[in-house]
Write a new protein. Structure first.
Length: 220
């Protein structure tokens, strides 16, 4: 099977401040929806053979759902799950919701018996750029963009399709960790949970930081 992009999305965010900033998001739901449509379009442009699975945490308008269903191969809305609301809408720990939504995407892939070569995790509102190069993505180990000695970008990374079950277990472990007293940056934690990874200097993705009032674009 082709690669699959798991796009994790929260169109209608909660109001609980993050631990590191009181601003949950400077963008309106309408802006977040339009940006996530842009995420999908960028995958179609720069990785045209890939399938797309959107995992949405919030309750969408019917027209929004219809649009996503027309653009994606699969749409998995997990808003009705109690843990989704607790972890993605009401928690102050950003990494908790991030790990939970990717776990839901991996479990969806596993339940359907899909066998992608590579599973990409892509945060909604971010997008692939012309620097994206599928040829550098490993099909043997996870591929992360490294930013420092022990820090790796998590808004766009990949794991081999053969590691889907391993990914589920690591996400479960991550969710359990965040549900305790610890709250490390997801960028400093997640990649280190895999026994082996491929670190790259460019992953070919960018996005507008949701808590940054300057609307700066972060490109890696």
């Amino acid at each position: 099977m082709a690669d699959i992009f798991v796009i994790t999305s929260v169109i209608h965010v909660g109001s609980t401040p993050w631990t590191y900033t009181p601003t949950r998001s400077i963008f309106t739901p309408e802006q977040r929806f339009a940006q996530t449509v842009g995420t999908i379009e960028s995958v179609r442009k720069y990785c045209p053979g890939a399938k797309i699975l959107l995992v949405e945490a919030s309750c969408l308008e019917p027209s929004q759902t219809a649009t996503f269903e027309s653009l994606c191969d699969y749409v998995h809305n997990v808003n009705a799950l109690d843990n989704t609301r607790a972890y993605c809408l009401n928690s102050s720990k950003k990494g908790l919701g991030d790990a939970w939504l990717f776990q839901q995407g991996l479990e969806f892939i596993d339940r359907l018996g899909l066998t992608p070569r590579v599973i990409f995790k892509m945060s909604g509102r971010y997008w692939l750029t012309e620097k994206f190069d599928r040829a550098i993505i490993s099909e043997e180990v996870p591929t992360f963009r490294q930013t420092s000695a022990r820090s790796y970008i998590t808004f766009c990374f990949s794991i081999p399709g053969s590691m889907c079950k391993t990914g589920i277990e690591i996400m479960k472990k991550t969710v359990t960790m965040y549900n305790g007293s610890k709250n490390p940056s997801i960028e400093d934690y997640l990649a280190l949970q895999f026994s082996h990874i491929k670190a790259v200097s460019c992953i070919g993705a960018a996005g507008q930081i949701a808590v940054d009032s300057s609307l700066s674009v972060y490109s890696v």
